[in-house]
Design a protein around this ligand. Structure first.
Ligand code: PAF
Length: 295
C-alpha cells in the first residue's frame, strides 16, 4: 500500500493505474477505522481493480462547538487495517493540502433542501462542509466508483444529489450499516461512550425497529409513532434530537407516492451524538390500501 499526502503525487500514481486500464474505487473516510469502514473497502474491492481510501478529518464539516479536536486520530492502526484489506492507495492529506488558502473564502458546494433538514437543522453548515470536501476529493481522485455507508443515510442522499445535479462522472454505491451484536450501528463516536452509555445506546436501533414493525403491520399514525419513539428514547436516558418517518428518496414527509420509507433518528447520550436509520420498502398495491389515510 502506498500512502500519499500530496495531490500531485497521488495524481501521478493514479494516472499510472488508469493508463493500464485499471478501474478505481474510492472510499472517503475521516479515519479511526472500524468494521463499518472495512466493509466499505471490501465492497470497493469487489467492484474495481484499485481501491483508494482517504483519511482526512475535515474541519469544514465541524461546527464551532463540535468534536473536531477530540475526533480520534489513529493513523498507524488505520494503515495496518487498510494494508490487511489489500488497499493499494491511501491518501492522507494535511489540512493545508485540501484548503491551501484557508477555509474562510473556500468555494462551497451546497445541496439545498436535503441538507437543511434532520441533521442539517441541528448542525447548520455541516453538510456544506461534507459536500465541499467530497467534491474536492472526487476531483483529486477522479474515481469510477465511490462507496459510502448507509448509516449516514442523509449524507449518502445528499452526495447522490450533488453528483446528479453537477453531472459528476462517478457512480455512488451505498453499503448497509454494520452493527454490533446488540444492534448498535458501528461509529467512530461509539468510542466516546462510557460502559453505562454503551449499554443504553442500542435502544436507538431497537426503537427504530419497533417503529418499522408497527408501520409494516399497518399502523399509520406517523405523528403518534414519532412521539412514542421520542418518549422511549428519553425514558432510556437518551436526549432525542429527532425521530422522523420520511420518504427515503426525498427525506420529506411520506406521501402517497412514497415507495420506500426511511425512519431516522439522532440522539445525544451525554456529549455524544449518535445517528441511525432503518428503511421499509412499501408494496405499492397492498401497503397503500392499508396506509392511505394515515398522514
Ligand atoms: O462520512 C464521513 O466520514 C465524512 O463525512 C466524509 C464523507 C469522509 C467527508 O469528510
Amino acid at each position: 500500500m502506498r500512502t500519499y499526502s500530496s495531490n500531485a503525487q497521488l495524481h501521478s500514481a493514479l494516472e499510472r493505474f488508469r493508463r493500464n486500464g485499471q478501474s478505481i474505487a474510492f472510499v472517503p473516510t475521516m479515519g479511526n477505522l472500524h468494521d463499518g469502514h472495512l466493509n466499505l473497502v471490501r465492497k470497493a474491492r469487489s467492484l474495481c481493480d484499485v481501491v483508494v481510501v482517504s483519511i482526512f478529518v475535515n474541519p469544514l464539516q465541524f461546527g464551532p462547538n463540535e468534536d473536531l479536536d477530540a475526533y480520534p486520530r489513529t493513523m498507524a492502526a488505520d494503515k495496518e487495517k487498510l494494508f490487511s484489506e489489500g488497499v493499494q492507495v491511501l491518501y492522507a492529506p494535511q489540512v493545508g493540502e485540501i484548503y491551501p488558502q484557508g477555509m474562510a473564502n473556500q468555494t462551497l458546494v451546497r445541496v439545498p433542501d436535503l441538507s437543511e433538514t434532520l441533521c442539517g437543522s441541528s448542525r447548520p453548515g455541516h453538510f456544506d462542509g461534507v459536500t465541499t470536501v467530497v467534491a474536492k476529493l472526487f476531483n483529486i481522485v477522479q474515481p469510477d466508483i465511490a462507496v459510502f455507508g448507509e448509516k449516514d443515510f442523509q449524507q449518502l442522499s445528499i452526495v447522490r444529489k450533488m453528483v446528479k445535479d453537477l453531472c459528476m462522472p462517478v457512480q455512488i454505491v451505498g453499503v448497509a450499516t454494520t452493527r454490533d451484536e446488540d444492534g448498535l450501528a458501528k461509529s467512530s463516536r461509539n468510542g466516546y461512550l462510557s460502559p453505562e452509555q454503551r449499554h443504553i445506546a442500542p435502544v436507538i436501533h431497537q426503537t427504530l425497529n419497533s417503529c418499522r414493525e408497527a408501520i409494516a403491520c399497518g399502523f399509520d399514525n406517523f405523528l403518534q409513532l414519532e412521539s412514542h419513539a421520542r418518549m422511549k428514547l428519553l425514558r432510556a436516558g437518551l436526549e432525542p434530537d429527532y425521530f422522523a418517518i420520511r420518504d427515503a428518496s426525498t427525506l420529506r414527509p411520506v406521501t402517497a407516492d412514497t415507495e420506500e420509507i426511511a425512519i431516522l433518528a439522532a440522539a445525544r447520550l451525554g456529549p455524544t451524538r449518535l445517528i441511525d436509520n432503518v428503511r421499509l420498502a412499501l408494496n405499492p398495491v397492498s401497503d397503500w390500501g392499508m396506509l392511505a389515510g394515515g398522514r
